[in-house]
Design a protein around this ligand. Structure first.
Ligand code: 8IG
Length: 276
């Protein structure tokens, strides 16, 4: 069976195989935390120092080659030391999205592999549009909760998973203690690859959505279902459709992300050891 066939026929076995490869290649029996770096967040990992290990994600079982600009498709292992603690961090530079049309399995494969490789905390970062006008471009926002508008779940079968504390309140409080300027919001998951119409943004605002993007939600659900604690951080890179009257442009979105990434990298580095 090819690695891609295994991904679709037995996704958890595929994740376990990838985890074993990560353990063997890094020589780290158990990582503590995984970070998934979305658009614009890739440079935030510079704050984590020099990686102890790096490979191309596609060398590992079940990982697809990257397709989106700003997503480099690397897997790295870092040692983060602070307060006398030594934390092992697994970092995924880039992710697979639902809009790529390959189904949900490749979207959640990295976080499943991370949990199987020992990670107890999964940090999901993304770039998003702001529905709520209190958020400005370049602002990082903690995800407090989500609304899924894709009708897609990474889970199937009679597994009725509780999502009342999906985005860990414990972790959000630690981040807000470290940086009192951090605000929180409800993230709406939109399949894409189209951005929303202004009418759809109006609908999302009416529903209670603050932020909108095309990632994070399936990964949060899949990792939580395997027992991990989740932190989601969205970097606002544009006002959502119809909010300013301007059209949305992917290049602008990438540029706005880079500007704020350094600050977030330093924040994450300081906070990660406190989570354990
Ligand atoms: I960055 O305005 C980014 N990603 N759906 N809408 C959706 N995804 C996004 C947006 C946006 N901005």
């Amino acid at each position: 069976m090819t690695s891609s066939e295994l991904l679709y026929s037995d996704p958890l076995a595929c994740a376990a195989a990838a985890a074993q490869e990560i353990i063997t290649r890094t020589g780290v029996a158990s990582h503590d935390v995984a970070l998934v770096m979305g658009s614009g967040w890739v440079s935030a990992v510079d704050a984590l120092g020099t990686p102890a290990y790096e490979c191309n994600a596609e060398e590992l079982t079940g990982f697809l080659p990257p397709t989106v600009e700003g997503h480099s498709g690397k897997v790295r292992s870092y040692v983060i030391e602070a307060d006398g603690k030594k934390v092992r961090a697994l970092v995924f530079l880039g992710r697979t999205h639902l809009y790529e049309g390959k189904g949900v399995e490749p979207v959640v494969h990295s976080v499943r592999a991370a949990v199987k490789a020992g990670c107890k905390v999964i940090i999901l970062t993304n770039a998003c549009g702001a529905i709520n006008t209190k958020f400005s471009v370049g602002q990082p926002v903690l995800i407090r909760d989500h609304i899924s508008l894709t009708a897609v779940s990474p889970l199937s079968g009679a597994t009725f998973v509780d999502l009342t504390d999906l985005y860990s309140k414990r972790i959000r409080e630690i981040l807000k203690r470290e940086d009192a300027t951090l605000d929180e919001g409800v993230y709406v998951h939109w399949r894409g690859p189209t951005y929303e119409t202004p009418a759809e943004i109006h609908m999302m605002r009416t529903m209670g959505g603050d932020l909108v993007g095309m990632s994070t939600v399936p990964e949060a659900i899949a990792a939580h279902a395997l027992g991990a604690e989740i932190l989601g951080i969205s970097l606002v890179t544009n006002a959502a459709a119809g909010v300013t009257g301007k059209k949305l442009n992917h290049e602008e979105v990438i540029a706005a992300g880079k500007a704020a990434a350094d600050r977030m990298g330093a924040l994450l580095k300081g906070v990660i050891p406190q989570l354990f």
